[in-house]
Design a binder for this molecule. Sequence first.
Ligand code: C5P
Length: 223
Amino acid sequence: PARKPLAGRKAVVTSGPTHEAIDPVRYIANRSSGKQGHAIAAALAVAGADVTLVSGPVSLPDPTGVKVVRIETARQMLDAVQAALPADIAVCAAAVADWRVAAEAGQKLKKDGSGVIPDLKLSENPDILATISQKGPKRPDLVVGFAAETENVIEHARAKRARKGCDWILANDVAPSAGTFGGDHNEVFLISGADGASDEVWPRQGKAGVARALVQRISRHFA
Ligand code: C5P
């Protein structure tokens, strides 16, 4: 059989939401099924990569042939990703909560009937994609992020690529009409350079298709 294109390459993938506790029973989270990140981890493994999938709480089976590290919070996700470095490839597909509750309550906050509403103070979570994109000995050769946009998809994604310092951005159209959230289909643009010359528009396809297309593109990058 032909040698697998990513044999000998190490990859780390983030997937799913993070949960940031308010108290022992409540949390803040983003909407994320984990379908895209899990599909990418699975496709990287099929291509021969040694894959660590760092996943927030999802109701998906572990992809075959992948090492799965389960976490809940953004800070745990960052720790797990850094523990998986060095790697050749990093793909950040998780929907990380931008903020956490500054002081998690040790007991369930009570609705006591007095009409007093809790005032949640928030702190900023680490940006995992931006952190691992920083120059340094452990920076992966190829760092790929996602952008979910509802308008001006390509312009916003290009700005995000520059701001985060990653190499590629896969931009999704998440306008409600596009039906991306929780759905099985994604329309994706690949932004791989600072100008428009290298932009790619991928045909509308399932998340497994997007994952295979990305892995093909990654394989070409390392060929
Ligand atoms: O600008 P925004 O945060 O929406 O960018 C999304 C990209 O950044 C995704 O690749 C997501 O996984 C990553 N991200 C991250 N850590 C955060 C926020 C976003 O890795 N705290």
